[in-house]
Design a binder for this molecule. Structure first.
Ligand SMILES: [Zn+2]
Length: 335
């Protein structure tokens, strides 16, 4: 990739394929689409490798993708080298990288001051906006994605970014002929601390929603601002996999682990963005450390819950893909 790390080091998207290179049934585990959120996903993958992978049938494969946005993880950012939120960047080939009218523009001044971090009235102004617009509408407008303010938060980009383009091509070439793909994309920062929500691109009662709810339980939630912790997005990663694997049935969940309350998440994003865009962007600033602690909570309980739940969902996905015969013995999990 063209982007470089803080020490000038080369960056790339590392992935490992276990099993058949021309698999018909695939478990795909991805992390770090939002750079800084990759610490949690990486911990799950490391725990998985340490524990040992389950048996893989002859026509199956398990694919682990370590950090889809290496720039963001290396620079302690949620976005990539172009300040793009990659979960807003996978638009349909004929979709325009343009914002819907209204909405985000009204909040740009509050969210993206053109100065390094300093004391201001962010909380008071944000509280006033919630009172005026309602939390769900505000959440949807602000974090749903925008394509106009390239130095702002939740910017979806002006074109398909290099990392997403490389990874989309890889998926199309390597997994395009598969029949069934079960995918988990790990994120953090939304929902109750230490608990995961499993977001699906469907509505309540839709076939994917029902299928995954039957398998994964009550934590399955649609991407809908009124149905749970999430919000509707355009250009999300979950829309790319079915496009790239046209022939396959795709069961994809975004596994979202909560860390703290939405205001604190937004404030941490805002301060890091100010430091990165309008300050020195160095990693030793409190805004960088705070962003990391906001998306990867530095407590042993939170970390162990993430790994436990991450492994649990992975095993359920293996079961869904390969059948129960291939499940790990759950007693082995925590021994
Ligand atoms: Zn995320």
């Amino acid at each position: 990739m063209d982007a470089r790390g803080p020490g000038g080091e080369e960056l790339g998207i590392d992935l490992a394929v276990f099993g058949s290179p021309s698999a018909k049934r695939v478990v795909l585990h991805t992390t770090g689409l939002h750079g800084i959120e990759g610490f949690a996903g990486s911990a799950i993958q490391l725990a998985l490798l340490e524990r040992g992978l389950p048996a893989i049938p002859d026509d199956g494969a398990i694919v682990l993708v370590h950090v889809l946005n290496p720039f963001g993880m290396a620079w302690l950012r949620r976005v990539n080298e172009s300040n793009v939120d990659l979960n807003r960047n996978f638009l349909e080939p004929d979709e325009e990288y343009a914002s819907p009218a209204g909405g985000y523009a009204a909040f740009d001044g509050l969210l993206n001051p053109k100065t390094p971090p300093s004391l201001d009235l962010f909380y008071a102004e944000a509280a006033w906006l919630v009172a005026r617009h309602g939390f769900n509408q505000l959440k949807q407008t602000i974090v749903g994605g925008q394509y106009a303010f390239e130095k702002g938060l939740f910017f979806g980009g002006a074109q398909l970014e290099q990392g997403p383009a490389l990874f989309s091509s890889w998926v199309e070439e390597q997994l395009g002929a598969s029949d069934h793909v079960v995918a988990i994309d790990v994120h953090t920062g939304l929902g109750k601390s230490g608990v995961d929500t499993l977001l699906v691109e469907d509505e309540v009662g839709g076939p994917l929603y029902e299928r995954l709810k039957a398998r994964f339980g009550e934590r399955v939630t649609p991407w809908d601002p009124d149905a749970g912790v999430a919000y509707a997005i355009r250009g999300g990663y979950p829309s790319m996999i079915p496009r790239a694997c046209e022939r396959a049935r795709v069961d994809l969940v975004t596994q979202e682990f909560g860390t703290t309350i939405p205001f604190l998440v937004l404030k941490a994003l805002r301060e890091e963005n100010r430091w990165h865009q309008w300050g020195d962007a160095t990693l030793d600033h409190p805004a960088k450390a705070r962003l990391k602690d906001t998306f990867c909570k530095p407590t042993p309980t939170w970390k162990s819950e993430i790994v436990r739940r991450g492994l649990e969902l992975f095993d359920a996905s293996v079961d869904l893909t390969f059948g129960e015969h291939y499940m790990c013995d759950p007693k082995r999990l925590f021994s």
